[in-house]
Design a protein around this ligand. Structure first.
Ligand code: A2P
Length: 275
């Protein structure tokens, strides 16, 4: 005889600012995404990040444990009733070595104070917006690509994602491919969105760093758009520090200026979560 126990009560939070994991997807041995419950009071702008984490190991001297928190872009849009995150797995990373093992029903810590510069408010109105990402830097754009305001504010939305190999593009690719069938924003997306994935270390249909494609003009030729201009184009950048710095220089070269919440301009940058 088997006994079936059905959980009817909500799990009792045991951590400070606890949220419950609702799904986990492993994309590669280096990348995974997960969804958690959303605190009812949490409001955020698509593109912002929060601090999330787990309790660390007990301090050997005192036996006390402290939360181990890192900044993570919210990958889900502001209207979603859950929160999604996209993460790297670093085998000796203090947080991600543990976080990669979370399962449905587990709890994570989420500090409900969203902040960040990759928000529409930090850009002046324009005709075309570029989202430039590498690796897990795609996360804030996973949010912004599902945000209706992105399609209300711009005639054209271009998202570039560069990874070492093809498997690392998959989270982004599936998300982009699902957009046109999305009941909420599918119609707004149709005809406006251009997706430009490239790989740098594995053979694929388009290879090379996005910085090189911008400098050579190949990106514009491939997309059939004019070169970036401060009159019409806006950009958001999220990747490694090296990528961010190189892209800043390139965008400034096209005449774009860096914006902020307090002083909107033509482009904004944020560092992707790294380890
Ligand atoms: P590359 O393979 O040529 O280093 P990572 O996995 O190390 O975070 O890198 C993600 C992607 O970003 C890789 O395809 C990598 O290309 C690319 N990348 C890293 N640094 C830069 C940079 N400074 N400019 C352009 N692309 C970069």
């Amino acid at each position: 005889q088997t006994t079936v126990t059905t959980a009817t009560a909500k799990p009792v939070p045991t951590l400070p600012d606890a949220q419950t994991v609702t799904s986990v997807t492993h994309w590669t041995d280096r990348l995974f995404s997960f969804r958690v419950t959303r605190p009812q009071s949490l409001r955020f702008r698509s593109g912002e990040f929060v601090m999330i984490g787990l309790m660390g190991d007990p301090d050997p001297a005192t036996g006390r444990t402290k939360p181990l928190l890192r900044a993570y872009s919210i990958a889900s849009p502001s209207w979603d009733d859950e929160l999604e995150f996209y993460s790297i797995k670093v085998q000796d990373g203090p947080l991600t070595s543990k976080l990669q093992h979370i399962q449905v029903g587990d709890e994570i810590i989420l500090r409900p104070k969203p902040v960040g510069t990759l928000v529409h408010d930090a850009l002046l109105p324009g005709k075309r917006i570029y989202f430039f990402s590498t690796g897990t830097g795609f996360a804030p754009f996973a949010s912004l690509l599902r945000e209706p305001q992105t399609y209300e504010d711009y005639d054209e939305v271009i998202v570039t994602h560069t990874c070492r190999d093809v498997a690392e593009l998959e989270y982004g690719r599936q998300l982009v491919e699902g957009l046109e069938n999305d009941p909420l924003i599918g119609e707004m997306v149709a005809g406006k969105l251009k997706y430009y994935p490239t790989t740098t270390r594995e053979e694929s249909t388009k290879m090379g760093r996005i910085t090189e494609k911008l400098k050579s003009g190949e990106l514009f030729t491939d997309l059939g758009v004019p070169p970036i201009s401060p009159e019409t184009d806006r950009a958001m950048v999220c990747g490694s520090i090296g990528l961010n710095n190189d892209l800043k220089e390139i965008l400034e070269g096209f005449g774009l200026r860096e914006g902020a919440n307090s002083e909107p301009a033509e482009y904004v940058v944020e560092k992707a979560f790294v380890g």
